[in-house]
Ligand binder design. Structure first.
Ligand SMILES: [Fe+2]
Length: 153
């Protein structure tokens, strides 16, 4: 069973711009999971379009994360970047397999969900303390739409 993701404060890296993008990933993943429940199939172009949209969003998000990690000289940036690259490669393989009829929509959506949640909870949390120094300036930028979840004090 692959339930929808419900955002909660434990996912927060206490850095507005990144949290906002993580919420965007959660929304897109939930849309994919819901599309599966509504009969997503290997011939469903709308489902594939949604998957590709999620991958593009993830790419943009990874770029943003890496930019901030570089800015604060995060020591594990190379390993973190590798995780992002491996994820994109895995998803692209899954998409190929999906298009060839070898991967079920739900399996693909669940893979995205599990990877994202695990990555945020484990890998992203490791860089969170490094971003706290620039958190005050970023709070305003990330505040548009959902500032109630952020606690910088
Ligand atoms: Fe990341």
């Amino acid at each position: 069973m692959c339930d929808l993701i419900v955002w909660n404060d434990s996912f927060s890296v206490n850095f507005g711009p990144i949290d906002e993008q993580h919420k965007g990933l959660v929304v897109m993943t939930n849309e994919l999971l819901m599309a599966c429940g509504e009969g997503g199939s290997t011939t469903d172009h709308a489902f594939m379009k949604a998957v590709r949209g999620a991958v593009e969003y993830a790419r943009t998000h990874f770029y943003t994360e890496e930019k901030y990690m570089k800015e604060v000289n995060y020591p594990d940036l190379p390993a973190h970047k590798k995780e992002h690259e491996n994820f994109i490669a895995q998803v692209l393989n899954s998409i190929k397999s999906f298009e060839a009829g070898g991967t079920e929509p739900l399996a693909l959506a669940c893979f995205l969900k599990n990877w994202i949640l695990n990555h945020i909870a484990v890998s992203d949390m490791k860089y969170a303390p490094y971003l706290s120094g620039i958190g005050a300036g970023a709070e305003k930028k990330g505040a548009q739409g959902g500032a109630d979840l952020f606690a910088f004090e």
